[in-house]
Design a protein around this ligand. Structure first.
Ligand code: APR
Length: 248
């Protein structure tokens, strides 16, 4: 039995399967990840562009990077990996997705139970007066300004900002309850998101990792490592699961 069949059997048997996804799941939708060759952090120093301090000090400059990201997000469509996870949810074989991404592609693909661990790019807030806007209200305005005159910040979690409390608690609960965790397209180097695999593992979950490269999880936490592109692997995994259920 090959690794894909092993993974398919684990998912079919699982009573509470969840997924943790990172930027790698959206690369095939045209959004570069952060740490691979050509990734965002190889072109913008996160210390200069992605900390809340950097945003407070020079928001215009940070918006140069966000504008580039925004233009990619506008054009991006869900790929076979997002679509496959939404299908598993419809089949009752995936109970939730904890995503580190802010690209909204899981929701666009039809996934319902999505926890946005690093916030969302769909809304903007004024860190000075607290007013919140929908992204559409400020479409094409760079940098977008609050009515108080200050520059708005997207509601994505910058380094140095806390994880939204409800995302943190819901993710912890799901990880503690999971008997299968799919970890897809993440280098798992950023805390506290990268504690989720250990929480699930400690509670007896089987961990299936899908990544084009090995990560620190692969030889420590991962039970089944499916190496390659997320789109192809998730698509093939869902096909195997459907064939096995039909054959039952
Ligand atoms: N298929 C599968 N895996 C892929 C693909 C692909 N097509 N493309 C890239 N990957 C893998 C890379 O090998 C890498 O292990 O996805 C992972 C992406 O890792 P990162 O670029 O570090 O992205 P991520 O893990 O999501 O970063 C976490 O860091 O900068 C912060 O807030 C940001 O949410 C982000 C967090």
């Amino acid at each position: 039995m090959d690794l894909l069949d092993q993974a398919a059997d684990i998912i079919i048997k699982g009573k509470f399967n969840i997924a943790l996804t990172g930027a790698g799941i959206s690369v095939e939708s045209g959004i570069p990840d952060f740490r691979s060759k050509g990734g965002l952090w190889t072109r913008y120093d996160p210390e200069e562009y992605a900390t809340i301090e950097a945003f407070r000090r020079y928001p215009e400059r940070v918006w140069e990077m966000i504008k580039e990201m925004d233009e990619l997000l506008e054009k991006a469509e869900p790929n076979k990996a997002h679509i496959g996870l939404a299908e598993l949810e419809r089949m009752g074989l995936l109970h939730g997705i904890i995503t580190q991404n802010v690209d909204n592609l899981h929701q666009k693909a039809g996934s319902k139970n999505v926890i946005e661990y690093h916030g969302t790019s769909r809304t903007l807030s004024c860190i000075w007066c607290g007013k919140r806007y929908k992204k559409e209200e400020k479409k094409g305005e760079y940098p977008p300004k609050c009515e108080c005159g200050k520059i708005l910040k997207p509601d994505i979690v910058f380094f140095g900002e806390p994880i939204p409390a409800d995302a943190m608690s819901r993710s912890f609960e799901m990880a503690a309850r999971a008997d299968t965790l799919l970890v897809i397209g993440t280098s798992a180097v950023v805390a506290p998101a990268n504690t989720i695999p250990s929480i699930a593992k400690r509670n007896g979950a089987k961990v299936i990792e899908i990544n084009k490269e090995r990560t620190w999880l692969t030889d420590s936490i991962t039970d089944v490592f499916l190496q390659g592109s997320a789109g192809e692997i998730v698509d093939e995994l869902v096909k195997r699961i459907k064939n096995k259920i039909r054959a039952e």
